[in-house]
Design a protein. Structure first.
Ligand SMILES: Nc1ncnc2c1ncn2[C@@H]1O[C@H](COP(=O)(O)OP(=O)(O)OP(=O)(O)O)[C@@H](O)[C@H]1O
Ligand SMILES: [Mg+2]
Length: 374
């Protein structure tokens, strides 16, 4: 990524100003671990007073500041702008790099000292150090801001999603309390049943959410061991057979056992449980679910194919995000929190893999997860 960093050079000697400007404007610093290529845009000031004006109106990211200036000194400039809390890295240029100057400058937030006279190589060395430091702290800030944003979105969607069932339960309970649905006891049984369904939904949502946050925060202790992917699929299939049987849905596993990889078995269970649960949930009566597992070199490919309701192309793109559920007349009666597939995706990424889907409305869907075997 090419980046331009604004630098301000403050020195009363014209020679120094021009030579630093010339070196800076031709300099490109490459920082491989940040994939960054940095160039500089340079401004100059002759006095501390002039520097203060520029610092207040258009602060640079790097300040190269001579300490010994005709009016106020470099360190006084720093003292003056301290309350502004500028996001800026300062290098003090000083003719006599005394310990006292160094200490005062550092106390005022200077990042480095450049003793005069200096060679172009020394200047470049200092700049490289400052630039690297600047980029690291910039990236850290960007990451923290992004994380805050994601967390905020997550919490607001969660609050929203929990509000709906709570409102529903509250409504049902009021009817029961006020006995406003007449004298037939079955009506009240039905209302209580609906309350239980909604409560069950909230419980599932909270436990999905805990799975997800544990995976994301890395809090859940992972236990990596030899796992047979085919056996994990079979266990998940066994769990869903009762539900599938009720609707005449056939589940079939196509794989040559065993396919062994180094993995956390709970993570494999989460992947299969979610994909198979969806394939059954969003299927039609008497439909099919076919699970294929193959291994080629070090890539394990899992496909879960169903004969269910399918999805439109634009819906397929959204379903791997947190809390996304497709709302239409075919799905209104199906409960879910919209966290299953986003969790599957996060797990696939942990294994250097991915998840994708192909689907046709009314025909069915096929989800493919790849995992890199180690
Ligand atoms: N096999 C499928 N066929 C059709 N639509 C599907 C299928 N799998 C997922 N979807 C759609 O994608 C959405 C997101 O799926 P996801 O598994 O993330 O959440 P969910 O099933 O709604 O809830 P849960 O968190 O309980 O799994 C579903 O709500 C559904 O609309
Ligand atoms: Mg699901």
């Amino acid at each position: 990524m090419a980046e331009t960093i604004k630098a301000l050079v403050v020195d009363d000697e014209l020679g120094i100003r021009t030579s630093i400007s010339r070196i800076l404007s031709r300099l490109t610093i490459v920082i491989p671990d940040h994939e960054a290529e940095v160039n500089f845009e340079v401004e100059t000031a002759e006095t501390g007073e002039e520097a203060l004006e520029l610092l207040r109106s258009a602060p640079p990211e790097i300040l190269l500041l001579d300490n010994k200036l005709p009016g106020i000194s470099g360190i006084e400039v720093l003292e003056e702008i301290a309350p502004l809390n500028l996001d800026m890295h300062t290098v003090i240029i000083t003719a006599y790099a005394s310990i006292e100057t160094a200490v005062r400058a550092t106390k005022r937030g200077a990042y480095d000292l450049l003793p005069k006279p200096f060679t172009p190589a020394e200047l470049k060395g200092v700049l490289e150090k400052v630039t690297r430091h600047l980029l690291v702290s910039k990236r850290a800030k960007e990451l923290a801001a992004e994380k805050r944003k994601v967390r905020f979105q997550f919490i607001s969607v969660l609050a929203h999603e929990l509000k709906a069932p709570i409102n529903a339960i509250e409504g049902y309970l009021r009817i029961v309390k006020d006995k406003s649905a007449g004298d037939k006891p079955e009506v009240y049984d039905d209302l209580m049943e609906r309350c239980l369904v909604r409560t069950e939904y909230m419980r599932k949502m909270i436990s999905d959410l805990l799975d997800l946050t544990r995976i994301e925060s890395g809090e859940r202790a992972r236990k990596i061991e030899h796992c047979d992917v085919v056996a994990a699929a079979q266990t998940a299939i066994d769990t869903f057979i009762p539900e599938a049987d009720k609707r005449g849905i056939a589940l079939e596993l196509h794989a040559e056992a065993p396919i062994e990889i180094q993995a956390d078995s709970t993570e494999l269970d989460i992947v299969f449980n979610n994909l198979i649960s969806n394939a059954v949930k969003y299927n039609r009566e008497n439909g099919r679910v076919d699970i294929h597992i193959t291994r080629k070199d070090n890539t394990v490919t899992i496909t879960v194919e169903d004969t269910g309701i399918g999805m439109e192309e634009d819906e397929c793109k959204r379903i791997f995000d947190d809390f996304v559920r497709i709302k239409n007349e075919k799905t209104t009666r199906i409960l879910g929190s919209g966290l299953g597939l986003s969790t599957v995706k996060k797990i696939a990424l942990i294994y250097d893999g991915d998840v994708s889907v192909t689907s046709e409305p009314g025909k069915g869907s096929a989800f493919t997860v790849t995992l890199k075997a180690t």
